[in-house]
Design a protein around this ligand. Structure first.
Ligand SMILES: Cc1cc2nc3c(=O)[nH]c(=O)nc-3n(C[C@H](O)[C@H](O)[C@H](O)COP(=O)(O)O)c2cc1C
Length: 329
C-alpha cells in the first residue's frame, strides 16, 4: 500500500513530530564517536540532527562520569537528540521522564544494535524479534511528551525480514520517525543495504522514514533517496570521516578545512572534558580525517605520541597545515 509519493529532495527540511529539522541529512549515533563537540560540528555543517552515542536506559539512574559525559550538552546544541538502549518499557519510561533527559528534544530508541551482548540482553536489534515489547517501549517513551524516533534494521536475518510489520507497529505505537538501516542483523556493518526493504518501510507508513547504510558520497546519497523514496538519509561512518559531506549534501556554503575543523573541535572539547578524553577523541577523529592523506603512517605515529593538548595542536598543524591537506579535501 503506497501511502505517500515522495517529492522530497536531499537537503530539504523535515518535520518530525512538532519539530522542524533544518535538513533531511542526519548524523547517526556512533558509540565512541558522536560526543557533544562532534555533534555541534555536524549540526553547523548542515546535519538536520545528530544523536548522542547510545546510552543505557537503565544506566541513567547511576550518577557515573561515563553517562554524564555521554549526556553532556549545552545551549550551543540547538536540537538535542539522545539515543537510548534497553529492553524494559518501565525503565524507558522512567528514563524518558527523568531530569537527566529534560534538556533533550528527541528521544531515539535503539532497535538496531547487532552486538552479541546487546542481543543477549534482548536489547537493540533483538527487539525486532519481539514486536509487542518494542511497541510497549515506544509507548512508554511517548508518555514523556517528547518527540520519539526509532532506529532499526530490516530484520535479524534474510529469513526473518520483518520491516514492513515493524514499521507499521512503530507508527501505531506513536513513533514520530523511523530510521531504517537497510541491513539485517547478521550483515552487521558490511554489504550493500537492501534498498527494497527500506522502500517497503517507507510505503507502509505515513511518518517520515530515513534511510541509512553505506552512504559515502553525494552519488550514494542520491541513489539511496531514489531507490527507497525515503524522506531523508542518515550517515554514520562516513559522516565521521568527512563531516564536510553535510555541507556538500545540504548545499550549505562553508569555508572550513579539516585543520580548522579539528582546531575548533579541540577548543570545544577542552571546554567540556578532561585532557585525557580530549586527547582520545581528537586522536580518533584525526585518524579518520587522515584516511586519504598521503603518507599518513608517519603522521599517525606523531599523533599517537602526543601526551598533551598543546603538543596535539602542533602535530595537527604539521599534518594538515601542509599542501597535502589542501589537496585531500
Ligand atoms: C563504531 C560504530 C558505533 C555505532 N554505534 C551506534 C549507536 O550507538 N547507536 C546506533 O543506533 N547505531 C550505531 N551504529 C550503527 C550506525 O549508526 C549505522 O546505522 C551503521 O554504521 C550503518 O551506517 P553507515 O554504513 O553509514 O556506517 C554504530 C556503528 C559503528 C560502526
Amino acid at each position: 500500500m503506497d501511502k505517500k509519493t515522495n517529492s522530497i529532495k536531499l537537503g530539504d527540511s523535515l518535520m518530525i513530530g512538532g519539530i522542524r529539522l533544518k535538513s533531511n541529512v542526519l548524523m547517526a549515533p556512533l558509540a565512541g564517536y558522536t560526543c557533544f563537540p562532534f555533534r555541534l560540528m555536524a549540526e553547523r555543517l548542515g546535519a538536520g540532527s545528530a544523536y548522542t552515542e547510545m546510552v543505557s536506559s537503565d544506566g541513567l539512574k547511576y550518577d557515573d562520569r561515563a553517562t554524564s559525559r555521554l549526556l553532556y550538552t549545552d545551549e550551543r546544541e540547538k536540537l538535542k537528540c539522545v539515543q537510548l538502549l534497553g529492553s524494559i518499557p518501565t525503565v524507558f519510561e522512567r528514563a524518558a521522564k527523568s531530569e537527566r533527559l529534560e534538556k533533550f528534544d528527541i528521544i531515539d530508541i535503539n532497535m538496531g544494535c547487532p552486538v552479541p551482548n546487546v542481543i543477549k540482553s534482548g536489547e537493540g536489534c533483538a527487539l525486532m524479534d519481539d514486536i509487542p515489547r518494542a511497541s510497549r517501549i515506544i509507548e512508554a517513551c511517548k508518555r514523556s511528551g517528547k518527540v520519539v524516533s526509532v532506529k532499526c534494521r530490516i530484520g535479524m536475518n534474510r529469513q526473518r525480514i520483518v520491516i514492513e510489520e515493524f514499521a507499521r507497529m512503530c507508527e501505531v505505537s506513536g513513533a514520530d520517525m523511523i530510521t531504517v538501516h537497510g541491513r539485517t542483523r547478521d550483515m552487521m556493518y558490511d554489504g550493500e543495504p537492501l534498498y527494497d526493504y527500506i522502500k517497503l518501510a517507507k510505503q507502509s507508513v505515513s511518518i517520515p522514514v530515513i534511510a541509512n547504510g553505506g552512504i559515502n558520497s553525494r552519488e550514494k546519497a542520491e541513489e539511496m533517496m531514489e531507490k527507497t523514496g525515503a524522506d531523508g538519509v542518515m550517515l554514520a561512518r562516513y559522516g565521521f570521516e568527512n563531516p564536510l559531506i553535510f555541507s556538500e549534501l545540504t548545499g550549505r556554503k562553508c569555508s572550513d578545512t579539516k585543520l580548522s575543523l579539528l582546531m575548533e573541535q579541540v577548543e570545544i572539547a577542552e571546554g567540556c572534558y578532561d585532557e585525557l578524553y580530549v586527547l582520545t577523541y581528537i586522536k580518533k577523529l584525526t585518524s579518520y580525517f587522515m584516511k586519504k592523506l598521503p603518507g599518513s603512517k608517519k603522521y599517525k605515529l606523531d599523533l599517537y605520541r602526543c601526551g598533551s593538548i598543546s603538543e596535539l595542536r602542533i602535530v595537527l598543524e604539521e599534518i594538515f597545515g601542509s599542501k597535502a591537506d589542501a589537496e585531500s579535501i
